[in-house]
Design a protein around this ligand. Structure first.
Ligand code: 5AD
Ligand code: SF4
Length: 455
């Protein structure tokens, strides 16, 4: 009997890379005739796009995969797939293979384009596990079902060559490959034609974009600054963002480019990780606290009003109280607009996981609480300076909590809420006066006309 499977749900964990991969997976499924299902409960195919950057990301994915056993009992024709970063790790995929017999399909980060064929085999009754250890050439032209029409992620590089000692990414995403400028610009152009106004350029280290690409007539390969100028010239795009930056590779030329390109937003996500030179060295980050701070000052000199956000980790092996205090000092000096804080999580196969002097859990917890307190109070102070200012805000849509309230983002990537006095659609640019800045969100009112825009 032929089974009619019609709807699919892609569940995403982890970073924007995965969100973008999920759009490709849903695009492929749609080209095979599947509609997007609003929930896993009614789906005929569920695909989990997984992350293994920290242990808790893994646990959540395993929890979700475990729950599909129940769905499968209810609907034996349900196809359950797992892909993404966890699938690249042989230990984790073997765990799924051995302990989760109801999972029908496992594929990796390098062979998403093979999904149609893999699914065909699953439909004919086979359990399919296909993961490639190495990526092939960058595959262009795959379909994508974009999550939004007004904004989009655009990959500029895949993979990572940095090998920070704590990080699993280079092992699960492979060596760094750049897309050509022509391909990136063509994608941005097509997005603009279909009504997209904001693009976020994605790479594990956007600042190393272009390495290994064929030289231009000038004799050198293009770099990230060159790419920013090109993308800036695409008509119809209003805002350009990028993530993630690597402080080591962020050149003055790139700061200048970000400053001169009118569409490039005044927001820089610069993962610090630690403020201690000793720890930064053990992490293999390639910069010192002083150098990092120099970059922060350079950005703020060239681009007044720029916001700077960061990632910080506590409890890296061997981190002492003095090292931790150096991190706290950096938070005070850099005055971050926001920071994502993490407890170091040993990742099997990485250099740091094998280091002696792993920090005890209670010490890690004590440090993260102190760090979060400081980060919140600094962010609160920084945001407080916006009281009364008028900012250009891109409408995202109604707020999740209260649909009479609209949400949007400033160019500096701050979330703003205001009571809707007029209808707006996602992607509209409006002016909002900030009345009540809080640590994570700004509350304001729409300004209909007049008023100086500060950024
Ligand atoms: N443990 C904790 N946090 C980590 N990150 C990366 N690897 C680990 C790890 N093993 C954090 C870094 C990175 C962010 C995406 O996740 O701060 O910038
Ligand atoms: Fe993204 Fe890294 Fe998680 Fe993979 S492991 S999804 S690259 S954060």
């Amino acid at each position: 009997m032929e089974v009619k499977r019609r709807s699919a749900r892609v569940v995403t964990f982890g970073c924007q890379m995965n969100e973008r991969d999920s759009e490709t997976i849903m695009g492929i499924l749609s080209s095979l005739g599947f509609e997007e299902s609003p929930s896993v409960d009614d789906a005929d195919i569920i695909i989990f796009v997984t992350c293994c950057v920290r242990e808790n990301a893994e646990n959540r994915a395993f929890g979700n995969l475990g729950e599909t056993k129940r769905l499968k009992e209810r609907n034996p024709h349900l196809v359950v797939g797992m892909c993404g970063c966890m699938a690249q790790r042989s230990d984790l995929r073997e765990k799924v293979q051995a302990r989760m017999p109801w999972v029908d399909l496992v594929f990796g980060t390098h062979n998403i384009h093979r999904l149609p064929e893999l699914l065909q085999r699953v439909f004919s009754g086979e359990r399919v596990i296909e993961v490639w250890d190495e990526p092939c050439e960058v595959v262009e032209g795959l379909p994508a079902m974009r999550a939004y029409s007004h904004k989009a992620f655009v990959n500029i590089t895949y993979g990572c060559d940095n090998f920070c000692t704590y990080c699993i990414v280079p092992y699960v995403r492979g060596r760094e490959r750049s897309r050509t400028m022509e391909d990136v610009v063509a994608e941005v152009g097509n997005l603009a034609k279909s009504g997209c106004v904001e693009v976020t350029l994605l790479g594990q280290n956007v600042n190393s974009y272009g390495r290994g690409l064929p030289p231009r007539p000038s004799g050198v390969s293009p770099d990230f600054a060159d790419l920013l100028y090109e993308v800036n010239s695409v008509e119809g795009i209003e805002r350009i963002r990028f993530t993630t930056s690597h402080p080591r590779d962020f050149t003055d030329k790139m700061v200048e480019a970000a400053g001169s390109c009118d569409k490039v937003c005044e927001h820089f996500h610069l993962p610090l990780q630690s403020g201690s030179d000793r720890v930064l060295d053990m992490m293999h980050r390639g910069y010192t606290a002083e150098k990092y701070l120099g970059l922060v000052h350079r950005i703020r000199d060239v681009i007044p009003g720029a916001s700077i956000t960061t990632d910080i980790m506590v409890g890296f092996p061997g981190e002492t109280e003095a090292d931790f205090q150096a991190t706290m000092d950096m938070v005070r000096q850099a005055r971050f607009d926001a920071a994502f804080t993490f407890i170091y999580s040993p990742r099997p196969g990485t250099v740091a996981a094998e280091m002696p002097n792993q920090v005890k859990d209670d010490v890690k917890h004590d440090r993260i609480y102190r760090l979060i307190d400081l980060v919140n109070s600094t962010a609160g102070e920084v945001n407080d300076e916006l009281r009364g200012a008028i900012r250009e805000v891109m409408v995202e849509g109604p707020s999740e909590r209260d649909t009479s309230v609209l949400s949007g983002r400033t160019r500096t990537n701050k979330m703003v809420h205001w009571t809707a006095s007029k209808e707006h659609k996602p992607g509209d640019l409006v002016r909002v006066r900030i009345l009540e800045p809080r640590t994570w969100t700004l509350y304001g009112e729409e300004v209909m006309s007049g008023g100086e825009l500060d950024v």
